[in-house]
Design a binder for this molecule. Structure first.
Ligand SMILES: [Cu+2]
Length: 112
């Protein structure tokens, strides 16, 4: 009887923890700045469904895009101070570049 009660409580706790971590709608947003013609990080790991905000903190125009299969996008021209959200839905590596500055590179690892 006593053992059963303890076991039930532990099971309920485990289920509650599972529900919290596995529930949909817990997507996160990560901000990546563009400063000095560079991304603020060369590499980033996120989960599918997460959003990356590309913020242009430079006094010049950028154009962030990717041609990686499943996660291709083009935020088009970003003037200084502008930012754009991109949601990544397909697991895999995404190579992000700037169409204006070929030296700008960022690799995003999209996990499950
Ligand atoms: Cu650029």
């Amino acid at each position: 009887m006593r053992t059963l009660t303890h076991g039930t409580a532990a099971l309920l706790l485990a289920l509650a923890a599972l529900a919290g971590s596995a529930a949909p709608g817990h997507a996160e947003t990560v901000v990546v700045d563009q400063v000095g013609k560079k991304f603020s990080t060369p590499e980033l790991t996120i989960r599918k469904g997460d959003t990356v905000t590309f913020a242009n903190k430079d006094p010049i125009t950028h154009n962030v895009y990717s041609q990686s299969p499943g996660n291709a996008f083009d935020v088009k021209t970003q003037k200084p101070g502008e930012s754009s959200d991109v949601t990544f839905s397909t697991p895999g590596d995404v190579d992000v570049q700037c169409a204006i500055h070929p030296g700008m590179k960022l690799r995003i690892h999209v996990g499950n």
